[in-house]
Ligand binder design. Structure first.
Ligand SMILES: [Zn+2]
Ligand SMILES: [Zn+2]
Length: 259
């Protein structure tokens, strides 16, 4: 399984992530924060499935651009998967003809811009070679983390969350547990911003180790810290490095992992 974290900075050498998108095997996207900025556009055209964790802008901002960029008459539209609350928000607040044309209404009259699919927590979706299980995590609006697996390997993309439980419980079940290779876990805030992390239901560097420690019964996976606030990135990295966690890596623009 190949996982790529897409870059979202105009400086191609900059690791800072302002927006969130992960690509899996070049044809599945988790979140669309920067998906619509991916170049060349042929890489966007290769995306067949888009899973949305929640409706916050850093996770959906470029979804309208992506759908516009890849639209072609007579071709199969991408499948977009989201929780019913996310669909409600997208239809009310984004695809409303004011912020962006209502692609669902326009598409209903001819070739569709997207296929709408519903995500329900703990109901897996099987795609060619992949199984993706959404699991409710602990954020200020309904949000799904994802357990992603193929025959050989598995990863967790936890999305935006404060301290959570069910995602780790399910990850501890076989056969997922024995295949687990990597956990992409957010650390949005530094220790001195703990109050803001608590208000906004994110993790901060003081509780990051305790959170990943909930998987301590599972051996030999790497932890990748992601979703570090741009203005706090260096401080958060310093604080996480000082934790001296085994197998901790920092995520970053255009990093790729193969499992
Ligand atoms: Zn969020
Ligand atoms: Zn976010």
């Amino acid at each position: 399984m190949k996982i790529q974290q897409l870059g979202s900075s105009l400086d191609s050498g900059c690791a800072t992530q302002y927006l969130t998108t992960f690509l899996i095997n070049d044809y599945v996207a988790i979140d669309a924060g920067c998906l619509g900025l991916l170049t060349p556009v042929s890489k966007q055209q290769s995306i067949e499935h888009v899973f949305l964790s929640h409706s916050h802008l850093d996770h959906v901002a470029s979804l309208p651009l992506f759908l516009d960029n890849i639209y072609e008459q007579e071709s199969q539209p991408p499948a977009v998967y989201a929780h019913e609350d996310v669909w409600r928000t997208l239809k009310t607040d984004l695809f409303n003809d004011r912020l962006w044309p209502d692609l669902l209404r326009i598409g209903a009259k001819g070739n569709r811009f997207l296929e709408e699919h519903l995500l329900v927590s703990e109901l897996p979706i099987a795609l060619s070679g992949l199984r993706i299980t959404p699991v409710t995590v602990n954020h200020v609006i309904p949000t799904l983390g994802f357990l992603v697996e193929d025959d050989q390997s598995a990863v967790i993309i936890a999305s935006d969350t404060g301290p959570t439980e069910r995602l780790w419980e399910l990850a501890g079940l076989q056969p997922f547990r024995q295949k687990l290779q990597a956990v992409f876990l957010e650390c949005s805030f530094s220790a001195d911003q703990a109050w803001l992390a608590n208000e906004s239901k994110h993790l901060h560097s003081s509780i990051f180790a305790a959170e990943i420690g909930k998987l301590s019964a599972i051996p030999r996976f790497i932890t990748v810290a992601v979703h570090l606030k741009g203005s706090l990135r260096e401080q958060i990295e310093r604080e996480l490095t000082a934790l001296d966690l085994a197998d901790l890596q920092m995520g970053g623009a255009d990093r790729t992992w193969e499992f």
